[in-house]
Write a protein that binds this ligand. Structure first.
Ligand SMILES: CC(=O)N[C@H]1[C@@H](OP(=O)(O)OP(=O)(O)OC[C@H]2O[C@@H](n3ccc(=O)[nH]c3=O)[C@H](O)[C@@H]2O)O[C@H](CO)[C@@H](O)[C@@H]1O
Ligand SMILES: C=C(OP(=O)(O)O)C(=O)O
Length: 430
């Protein structure tokens, strides 16, 4: 099993380039199968989740070609199966985008119930309600969810909760339904807009993405296109917060600063200097961080996917901070690990009460999920001494060459896959 060996205490310094957004890529790769023509997608992050989705897409008969590292061509003209049976697909959340994409294109679909990070109960009732509003029958049996529609027709969907996944899934299905669909109380995340822009580039007619009402006029077919995925807001935020926690000075390049506003605002509140350019953000931290409170909210609020990384910054700030998680009920699993490093964090209900400490020390830890794993890496980079982090396959779900990019900023981090290599890494960096 692979693990990271990290020697902390080095302020991160330099420039890092951010890749394409994982959560946009997952929607876009699924959408690409909805035409029989070839689609070229650039800036696809080469992470575990996109690789798994591409294998599943190949598994149903589509042609997938890596043109270069981050450019992928997909041709859905040879799809011969609507049953997505690939064994790993159930482990990722975005497997459910194939439900909407196949339902739109072939009027039926079958996919294993989705997985993703274990951060809460994660129901899919809003996806089901939406598909039904478009005239589909939906069944769950033997761990699979199936949809079918004699006639897929436009419908009116009011989402009871703001949901990224259901908003994207309904856009996918509705763009090839007959007639008009209105999605109300839709999610507004940048990746919703990116998926809508991609579908429009394929010939769909979607208006209002990025607001809470999305209007879709069904079209009879979609066509090929070339499209570049937006930068990953969460990867960018992770490096910004790593700079803050390590007293660093990091320029995060190839980003859309507007998408990072909630993160920059919190960094300024805790006492960092944040300078923005057209496509870069520089975060300078001189230590002396101040406490603050944070509550996760749908975009443009503070993202739940940055909550663990924020908690690490606050664990090193002077005073008491409160972090309230309002999206997922089980997203504090990293707290025990941080407390083993010397942090003072107590969780009550959906709030973590954080008493800042002056210093933390390296420890052996295990990543409980993707973003919590990234947060433990940030903590290890700020700690005295050596840390070892296991279960890093979670981190690899969403960060391309995380350790390489951190090393480029001066971090002492090695990825190893045996005890012997771990020992060698400890000797090398220790
Ligand atoms: C692959 C992907 O893009 N994952 C992101 C997506 O997850 P995901 O799409 O799963 O998250 P949602 O936005 O759907 O979930 C938001 C809230 O709605 C609830 N809910 C959702 C659907 C539903 O049918 N019923 C329901 O009650 C969820 O339990 C949660 O409390 O958005 C989350 C919120 O920004 C991010 O943390 C994830 O990184
Ligand atoms: C929770 C996340 O992903 P998923 O929804 O795929 O589990 C994430 O990207 O932080």
């Amino acid at each position: 099993m692979e693990q990271y060996v990290i020697k902390g205490g080095v302020p991160l310094n330099g420039e890092v380039s951010i890749g394409g957004a994982k959560n946009a890529a997952l929607g876009i790769l699924a959408a690409a199968i909805m035409t029989d023509e070839t689609v070229t997608i650039e800036n696809v992050p080469n992470v575990r989740d996109t690789r798994v989705l591409l294998q599943a897409i190949e598994g149903i008969g589509a042609k997938v070609k890596y043109v270069y590292n981050n450019t992928v061509q997909i041709n859905g003209g040879s799809i011969c199966d609507i049953n997505v049976d690939y064994e790993y697909i159930k482990k990722i959340r975005a497997s459910y985008y194939l439900l909407g994409a196949l339902l739109g294109k072939y009027k039926r679909s079958q996919v294993a119930l989705p997985g993703g990070c274990n951060i809460g109960s994660r129901p899919i009732d809003q996806h089901i309600k939406g598909f039904k509003a478009l005239g589909a029958e939906v069944e769950i049996e033997h761990g699979k969810i199936s949809t079918k529609a004699e006639h897929l027709v436009g419908g009116h969907v009011y989402f009871d909760v703001v949901t990224v996944g259901a908003t994207i899934n309904l856009m996918l299905a509705a763009c090839l339904a007959e007639g008009d669909t209105i999605l109300e109380n839709a999610a507004k995340e940048p990746h919703i807009v990116d998926v809508a822009n991609f579908l429009n580039a394929m010939g769909a007619n979607i208006k209002g993405a990025g607001t809470d009402v999305i209007r879709i006029k069904g079209v009879s077919k979609l066509h090929g296109t070339t499209y570049s995925i937006i930068p990953d807001q969460i990867e960018a935020g992770t490096f910004m917060f790593a700079s803050a926690a390590t007293c660093g000075d990091v320029v995060v390049r190839d980003v859309i600063p507007k998408h990072l506003e909630s993160l920059s605002a919190k960094l300024i509140e805790v006492g960092c200097e944040v300078i923005e350019g057209d496509d870069w953000v520089r975060v300078i931290s001189k230590g002396n961080l101040k406490s603050t409170n944070v509550k996760t909210l749908p975009y443009p609020g503070f993202p739940t996917d940055m909550q663990p990384q924020m908690a690490v910054v606050l664990a090193l700030a002077h005073g008491t901070s409160m972090v309230t998680e309002s999206i997922f009920e089980n997203r504090f699993k990293y707290v025990d690990e941080l407390n083993r490093m010397g942090c003072h964090i107590k969780v009550e209900g959906n709030t973590a009460y954080i008493e800042g400490v002056d210093k933390i020390t390296g420890a052996q830890m295990s990543a409980p999920d993707l973003r919590a794993g990234a947060a433990l890496v940030i903590a290890a980079l700020s700690a005295d001494g050596i840390s070892e982090i296991e279960d890093i396959e979670y981190i690899q779900r969403g960060y391309e060459d995380f350790e390489g990019k951190l090393r480029g900023l001066g971090a002492m981090i090695e990825r190893v896959d045996s005890e012997r290599e771990a020992l060698k890494a400890r000797l090398k960096i220790g």
